[in-house]
Design a protein around this ligand. Structure first.
Ligand code: FAD
Ligand code: UDP
Length: 371
């Protein structure tokens, strides 16, 4: 019917993996993106010799060997291990919550002491089944950690009180009773050498790519250009918000080049006080292990990440997966299930917060099923 076998709307990770699989199966593929670059939110750009994560820090981590083998076909990954710091007023803590955090917080040394401290605070809170994020956090790590490291950060990140947020947001933060600052529990972890953009570029090498091209600028044309369509934009927008608008959370990034070699000594430092308007500062060069490797890069690039309310027209960074929005999404999903030609995928097509490895797995599965 159309000139192409497949049109993919969105040159982000989901679109790129799908395009690669389709091209490998001999399909003629067109990928469009309304942005001026490929990669979606994992886009990186070289600045002062440093790969800058233009839409926030992205660390690849997975326990799925199929996904790890797949991405390693398109990039060599370095051995970066994510260890996070958190600043609360003039105090500095290690994250995720582990013995280093507990030791600094309470001046204790052993796991038994830490468990005892937490158990006493949990008992005092008297929570049997956590019904919201505050209760979930307090029942995991006690009130001291909740107040210093979670409450302010979460409130500014989501623009809501912790009592009004679902518990699952905090469930994915690891809590461990060993002195181990590695943020992720996954088997494989790293950052692609040469940046994520180069990795995505390789995935897209056999597809035609048109940038600065919005699907809605000529919907009729794009619906007829290919036999099948993969759509990775907002699912509610595709259906003209016929059941109402889904909600998203925004972000703002402020990037600065500093005339100093090493600004904060770590890739990411979180600022957990509510009064500081940003949630974290990224110092990009530390993702590349350049400082440790001895290569001197005299300047540094940092990015402050600010949470922001979302309104139509803004970039939708996070779906708000509370009950109300999930129920609304379900109605769109039912419509989507009836589509013959359109496959919805990725974090906007599926209205779900997904880490990169889950997006790759989803694109591999969906493409295998439909090609
Ligand atoms: P996207 O990257 O959003 O791609 C969708 C593309 O579709 C975009 O390029 C968009 O411009 C395009 N598009 C939308 N509508 C249209 C239209 N109408 N016409 C044309 N094009 C359109 N994951 C991890 O595993 N580790 C991390 O450390 C990590 N950190 C993160 C930090 C932040 C701040 C955020 C927001 C996310 C993070 N993630 C992380 C998640 C990761 O960004 C996603 O898993 C991944 O980018 C999702 O890819 P995608 O293709 O689904 O979506
Ligand atoms: N969080 C927190 N304090 C921190 C870091 C995270 O309270 O210093 C909470 C917060 O609610 C956040 C959630 O944990 O939304 C998940 O954090 P993560 O860093 O995994 O999410 P990201 O924003 O990187 O997707």
């Amino acid at each position: 019917m159309g000139k192409y076998d497949l049109l993919i709307v969105g040159a982000g990770l989901y679109g790129a993996v799908f395009a690669e699989r389709a091209a490998a199966a001999g399909k003629k593929v067109l990928v469009i993106d309304k942005r001026a670059h490929i990669g979606g939110n994992i886009y990186t750009e070289l600045n002062e010799g440093i790969q800058v994560h233009m839409y926030g820090a992205h660390i690849f981590h997975t326990s799925d060997s199929r996904v790890w083998e797949y991405v390693n076909r398109f990039a060599g990954f370095n051995n970066y291990r994510h260890c996070l710091l958190a600043v609360y007023k003039d105090e500095l803590y290690n994250l995720p919550f582990n013995m280093n955090t507990f030791s600094k917080m309470w001046g204790i040394r052993t796991p038994a002491e830490a468990r005892e401290k937490i158990a006493a605070q949990v008992a005092q809170a008297g929570i049997s089944e956590a019904a919201n994020l505050e209760e979930q956090a307090v029942s995991l790590v006690g009130r001291d950690i909740y107040e210093k490291l979670i409450e302010g950060y979460t409130r500014k990140q989501w623009g809501r009180e912790c009592r009004e947020l679902p518990a699952f947001i905090i469930k994915r933060l690891p809590v461990r009773f060993v002195y181990d600052n590695n943020y992720f529990n996954d088997i494989y972890q790293g950052i692609p050498e040469g940046g994520y953009t180069a990795m995505v570029q390789k995935m897209l090498s056999s597809a035609e790519v048109e940038l600065d091209t919005d699907f809605y600028a000529d919907r009729e044309h794009f619906m007829s250009v290919a036999d099948r369509i993969v759509f990775t934009g907002m699912i509610d927008e595709f259906y003209d918000h016929c059941f109402g608008r889904l909600e998203y959370r925004g972000l703002k990034f402020e990037t600065e080049i500093l005339d100093t070699e090493n600004f904060q000594g770590n890739a990411v430092v979180n600022y957990t006080e509510y009064e500081i308007p940003y949630t974290r500062i990224i110092e990009h060069k530390h993702f590349e292990l350049k400082c440790q490797g001895g290569e001197r890069v005299p300047k540094t690039v940092i990015t402050r990440e600010y949470p922001a309310a979302w309104k139509p027209g803004d970039e939708p960074y996070y779906p708000v997966n509370d009950d109300k929005n999930n129920a609304l999404y379900e109605r769109y999903r039912e419509l989507a299930a009836k589509e013959g030609r359109v496959i919805f995928g990725g974090r906007l097509g599926g209205y779900r917060y997904l880490d990169m490895d889950k997006v790759v797995a989803m694109a591999l599965d969906d493409s295998r099923e439909s090609l």
